[in-house]
Design a protein around this ligand. Sequence first.
Ligand code: SF4
Length: 339
Amino acid sequence: MKADNKRNNNGIFLKLENIKKYFPVQKSLIDQIFAGKIDYVRAVDDVTIHIKRGEAFGLAGESGSGKTTIGRLAIGLETLTEGTVIFDGIDLGKLTAEELRKLRRRMQVIFQDPMASLNPRMSLGDAVMQGLKIHYPEKSAEHRDMVLTLFEKVGLTPPLFYYNKYPHQISGGQRQRIVIARALITRPDLVLADEPVAMADVSVRALLLDLMVQLKKEFDLTYLYITHDLATAKYICDRIGILYLGKLAEIGTVQEVYQHPMHPYTKALLAAVPVQDPKKRRTEPMPKGEIPNSINPPSGCRFHPRCPIAKKDCAKKEPILREILPGHIVACHYAETNL
Ligand code: SF4
């Protein structure tokens, strides 16, 4: 089925081109009349990312960086303020609601909180079968077997033991396996994994990440992996984009960005990642203060009020993304000196 869907897009499977998402700020009628203008939260502010088929691309940053909004825009769960999202050659902005609904079979989500995303009154078998009922109604006689086979693949064995159970009767790690099975049951091409192991116990995180790596190979998946945790991103991603206040600060292969981070924000995030060998611990200072308000982002470089190496011109001139090393792109006036 996947082979039929493949198109020639020069290897780019998901293209986010200059995307913006501004949310209007809710105000009282009186405030609206006196203010005379609408304020917007600039959640995503001109971001371009190209993801290849079969790639695991990570988006990382603090909360408020815009990573979850980008994920939702990428699969058409949010409408764009500006820009385009091209999925396998298809411009999502030009689809009707019905066309987008049909395309959803190929774009599925693994949510962060399995308890919140599963219906407590629906058995695990029924929860996973929902996608088949919507997208493959003609195969209803095979639905049960398809669910049982997938239970086995995600490590819920014996599958019949889990089929009629309910979410509260299994562990958190097993619930996340159900959420993974529910995402994969429609045989998607793209999976948006939004902090997929953040709620899991530390002891089961590595097992779930291993499972995701294995399923990616087996199902020929492309991942958009959203996280605030650079340690898990390193484990699963091929490339990573570091976001700050709705803009990309740095982008490159995981190997390159983790070994030679050039943006002070990336350096600070990496310094917070625990390492086994204390000699290998990074010592960069953490950013000062909190992430600023994205209604009125700081002038020039948005990171300048928190940047430990900011200079005078940083508050005046906005840095553009520049390719400093092959495939390693950074938005900092002083990226070269940070090497
Ligand atoms: Fe820091 Fe200036 Fe680079 Fe921004 S442009 S990250 S403020 S050094």
